[in-house]
Design a protein around this ligand. Structure first.
Ligand SMILES: CC(C)(COP(=O)(O)OP(=O)(O)OC[C@H]1O[C@@H](n2cnc3c(N)ncnc32)[C@H](O)[C@@H]1OP(=O)(O)O)[C@@H](O)C(=O)NCCC(=O)NCCS
Length: 210
């Protein structure tokens, strides 16, 4: 029976693996880009370093046979996270993925746009951040989806953020990720004013009952 437990530094490789296996709008992104670490280096690694205490895993089995099946990661203060990312993460990211100041010309257009997202972290308008200062990423391996664990992970994070007096949490997702759109709508996330069809973005109060 899968269980939740806090993240530990030794789990980093497992989180990276789950990230890449669900990073193509919810589908497997393995082999899509020059390095399978590109997506996790944007959408997982920074959070594990910035706020490991907000990372929760879904695991199955115990001891040596334990397997990590999914995770939720977050930043309680997106504005501060972006500041930290630019100062502490971006130099390492840029050195690896854009050593000459921009992505190598040999990489695909799709990969260039992913690298650009890593080079230019964006944040929602200030009014939206005031209401939903936190943001999150949630990823479960396919065999673990549809069993209520996504809902449990969100409930767990909302309680952690509430305890920190954070009023709300937001996130963006790829427009072609219909499963994610349905999941967030079902849980009561609502579209934010800055969202568009090309860049859906939703938020929820930490006081919400799921
Ligand atoms: C999106 C994701 C986190 C949802 O987690 P999950 O454990 O599969 O979802 P749950 O089983 O907790 O579902 C909660 C509710 O959302 C609904 N829901 C979840 N996925 C859905 C889907 N693909 N289509 C329609 N409804 C869906 C469920 O029916 C459920 O409703 P109910 O409680 O009324 O029965 C998970 O499927 C996942 O990790 N997908 C791959 C990675 C990804 O896309 N992450 C999000 C990137 S922004």
């Amino acid at each position: 029976m899968p269980e939740l437990r806090p993240y530990r530094p030794a789990d980093r490789a497992a989180v990276y693996e789950i990230c890449v296996r669900t990073a193509d709008a919810g589908a497997d992104a393995t082999g899509l880009y020059s390095s399978d670490e590109l997506m996790p280096d944007i959408y997982a690694g920074p959070y594990l370093e910035y706020a490991p205490e907000l990372a929760t895993l879904v695991v199955d089995g115990t001891g040596e046979s334990e397997r990590v099946l999914g995770y939720i990661i977050a930043a309680a203060d997106t504005h501060d996270f972006v500041r930290w990312y630019r100062e502490h993460w971006l130099p390492r990211f840029a050195e690896r993925y854009a050593p000459a100041g921009e992505p190598a010309s040999v990489v695909s257009a799709a990969e260039r746009s992913v690298i650009a997202a890593g080079l230019h972290p964006a944040e929602p308008p200030a009014a939206e951040l005031a209401e939903f200062p936190a943001h999150l990423h949630i990823n479960l391996l396919p065999e673990t989806q549809g069993r209520g664990l996504g809902r449990t992970l969100i409930t767990t994070l909302l309680a952690q953020l509430r305890a920190l007096n954070v009023p709300g949490v937001h996130l963006g997702f790829e427009p072609r990720n219909g499963g994610a759109a349905a999941f967030y709508a079902r849980l009561g996330f609502r579209p934010l004013p800055s969202a568009s069809e090309q860049a859906p973005r939703v938020g929820i109060s930490t006081a919400a009952e799921l």
